[in-house]
Design a binder for this molecule. Structure first.
Ligand SMILES: [Fe+2]
Length: 434
């Protein structure tokens, strides 16, 4: 107990020590500029940019809550996500370094003053100091080159792109060292988060956006800032609401899908399990992260088309007649029709659900595709679906043991299932992972 307590104190002081070091560097930079008499707070651009920095950062909150959920309730990550990057790079280009360095301080004093007086005060200090230092160096870099080579369109394009890269790299370095100080280790999840999907691409989009405002600024002056930034703000808002709308649609579909399962005690919870198994198979197969995320959704939603199947067929205890079976076989198509309503599902989740009853040997439905004609994600769903059905109780039999399930899966390799996937699931079963 004592040891654990000591450890937690030590951990805290380690990251605090690191933060105070960064904060000291930040204060020294400000002091140097102040000492040289460079800090002129009567600069109107500074205040306009600070205002927009505050606006953009408050907008980022919704995105942050998503990240926080993903990482549990850990507040550490809160400082990492910033849509104010455009403002920061822009202020580095427009303002002298002596003012660019102050912008995060003024912005966050307004936005996050509460954190400064909480036990997590070092989030605030790190946030401000790291952003200040990065902006300061980027600003010095940009001014050095603008002074030397002028700010023609070509020069601006080159320097602002390079400036955004420098900003990105410095930010990466500081963030990773902070997280290292916090966790005392670097996990794959952290690295994925910091340099993961889209982050690198974002740097280029930041560069382009900053360039647009900067060039406008050189032509029409201060007015360019509210003019263009309001446009970005609008784009950001519409992105935010379209994401929200999309998520609401998916939540609705999930609820619908679960309510169909709930009608029958034997299938309750089936979608979740298919989803879990499909993700494990997909990961072992080496599908990209984006596919895995979609596969997770497809697993939950794979039988959503059963909403269109009458209850007397869906819940029938005995064997289905030929006609009833024909109706039952409609559910993948109905599922496709429902799921393609979500734009990004049309060529992914909806297609995979459409084909989740195809068979490797071509004798499945609805299109009788065979082998690799069937999308790999659909082949994975088939396997996960059947495997979970085998190890669950059914009205006509009790759950099979894993050994019995293995036997059936082996028999169906190359008939119902893709042999390559059979190998993967057999290993997963033996390792006790499914
Ligand atoms: Fe199905």
């Amino acid at each position: 107990m004592q040891l654990a307590k000591f450890k937690s104190i030590f951990k805290r002081s380690f990251v605090e020590f690191y933060t105070l070091m960064i904060w000291t560097i930040y204060m020294v930079l400000i002091f140097i500029e102040w000492n040289k008499g460079n800090i002129d707070l009567k600069n109107a651009s500074f205040w306009v940019l600070t205002l927009f920095f505050i606006l953009f950062e408050s907008m980022a909150v919704s995105f942050q809550s998503f990240i926080l959920r993903k990482f549990g309730e850990d507040k550490t990550t809160e400082m990492l996500v910033s849509t104010g990057v455009i403002i920061s790079v822009l202020s580095a280009a427009i303002l002298p370094p002596s003012l660019a360095v102050l912008l995060p301080l003024f912005g966050y004093l307004f936005l996050r003053i509460k954190i400064l007086f909480s036990k997590n005060y070092y989030y605030f200090l790190f946030n401000v100091a790291s952003l200040g230092i990065i902006t300061y160096f980027t600003s010095n870099f940009l001014h050095l080159f603008f002074n030397k080579f002028g700010n023609s369109l070509l020069a601006s394009t080159i320097f602002i792109t390079a400036g955004s890269m420098i900003y990105f790299l410095l930010n990466l370095g500081l963030t990773i060292t902070f997280l290292f100080a916090f966790y005392e280790k670097i996990s794959k999840e952290i690295v994925d988060f910091v340099i993961g999907e889209g982050r690198f691409f974002n740097t280029f989009s930041t560069a382009v956006n900053t360039l647009i405002v900067y060039v406008l600024y050189t032509y029409i002056g201060l007015f360019a800032i509210p003019l263009s930034l309001f446009t970005f703000l609008t784009i950001q808002l519409s992105n935010y609401y379209s994401t929200k709308y999309r998520n609401a649609k998916i939540e609705l579909l999930t609820a619908l899908s679960k309510s169909i399962e709930e009608k029958d005690p034997y299938t309750a919870g089936h979608g979740e399990k298919v989803s879990e198994f499909a993700v494990k198979i997909g990961e072992k197969f080496g599908l990209p992260k984006k596919d895995i995320d979609l596969l997770k959704t497809a697993g939950v939603l794979h039988d959503i088309g059963k909403i269109g199947i009458p209850d007397f067929i869906l819940l029938k205890k005995g064997k289905l007649t030929d006609d009833e079976y024909l109706i039952m076989k409609e559910h993948p198509k109905k599922g496709y029709e429902i799921l393609k309503q979500v734009n990004e599902f049309e060529d992914t989740v909806a297609k995979w659900v459409l084909h989740h009853h195809e068979r490797w040997d071509g004798s499945g439905y609805p299109e009788g595709l065979s082998g690799e004609e069937i999308p790999i994600q659909a082949r994975i769903l088939t396997l996960a679906d059947v495997y979970h059905a085998l190890i669950s109780d059914r009205p006509y039999r009790s759950a099979l043991s894993k050994e019995e399930a293995i036997k059936i899966i082996q028999e169906e390799s190359g008939k119902l299932f893709d042999p390559q996937l059979v190998e993967i699931i057999l290993n997963l079963i033996r390792e006790g992972k499914v």
